[in-house]
Design a protein around this ligand. Sequence first.
Ligand code: APR
Ligand code: PHB
Length: 394
Amino acid sequence: MTESIRTQVGIIGGGPSGLLLSQLLHLWGIDSVVLEKHSRDYVLGRIRAGVLEHSFAELMREAQVGARMDREGQIHEGFFIAHGGVRHRIDLEKLTGGKTVMVYGQTELTRDLYEARDRLGGLVIENAADVRPHDVETAHPYISYRQGDETLRVDCDFVVGCDGYHGVSRQSIPKDRIQTFEKIYPFGWLGVLSRTPPVSAELIYATHERGFALCSLRSATLSRYYVQVPLTDSTDAWSDERFFDELRCRLPPEVATAMITGPSIEKSIAPLRSFVVEPMRYGNLFLAGDAAHIVPPTGARGLNTAASDIYYLYHALVDHYTGGDDSGLESYSSRALARVWKGQRFSWWMTKLLHRFPDDSAYDQSLQHTELDYLFSSERALASLAENYVGLPF
Ligand code: APR
Ligand code: PHB
């Protein structure tokens, strides 16, 4: 080991979770170092989700990174579910007593967080190879990493694993100290980003006998569309023309007719999977965001659930450093998991409601139709959907 850095909180992963945590801690005078495996350009090149719940938008403002989001993001007061050729509007604002969501791409949000860390002089180390947490069972953990031929280390009080589903943090915990819960769905989402005006100002989630489809957007000139596809499909088999034909086919006729199409600027297939690890702590290693749980994208919970982890963890660390109170750290895992599981439940419910499952029997399909009929005939059922979509309280 050559060089070593000393900090209070060592954060593995420079995605939204890690950057937001380090920014919030900084505002309370708590020092952190973020170690990111990839380059900033690589991280900012990933196309991810774009619906922020009410409390997440608030947390961004609290972190002093809300200015561009408030300028360029769009407040959405509702969205549509299309079923049987008809669009049903879910009036989020009315059903929740005034709550809305913010449509603002994760890519933009991550860019804002990087810029905020730069502005405040935060240390985000890019291209950190072979990052590994050590001695997390002790009061003196450290993280080792490599840059070129040099091996370096970050000594810290706590390690926070914000390194996503494939990260090293969760994998470094002995298998007999954690339990994993997993559900793999028998399909994926084929997504296309195109520089075209969105077909609808509000999102349309569509269910159709050929499968699910979603019309989303990033801005007035950037559309994001998805169709459910078998896991065996590859993007090579999906020309832009085939994609848009399939999308139109799954949408109500007036939406299909109004759609303006253009060349895709990104096209990818994402499998749908639910995953949770319990507990979200091992000694002085804390897990947050995708490192601890993932959901299928249907309910737009992934990024939002990461934000609630960060909210609990940041308060717990502030209480530890400013008041010597460790109760927040002790209860972090159980508090975070209580909300994580509600996000899991909602994502599973929306996925089941709107997708075509290849092995479903006629009975299963009738139940799915009945669930939709019930939803659109009951203000209470709609209110439950809306309450979850705008985000349950932290
Ligand atoms: N060492 C350092 N960094 C790593 C390592 C590692 N071994 N492995 C992964 N990383 C980095 C990744 O390159 C990535 O930038 O950790 C980061 C994790 O970021 P995300 O995967 O975006 O996870 P998170 O920050 O928790 O973001 C919340 O919720 O559902 C999703 O789309 C949503 O990605 C979003 C996530
Ligand atoms: C997206 O815009 O990428 C998006 C929106 C809503 C979802 C999932 C993805 O539920």
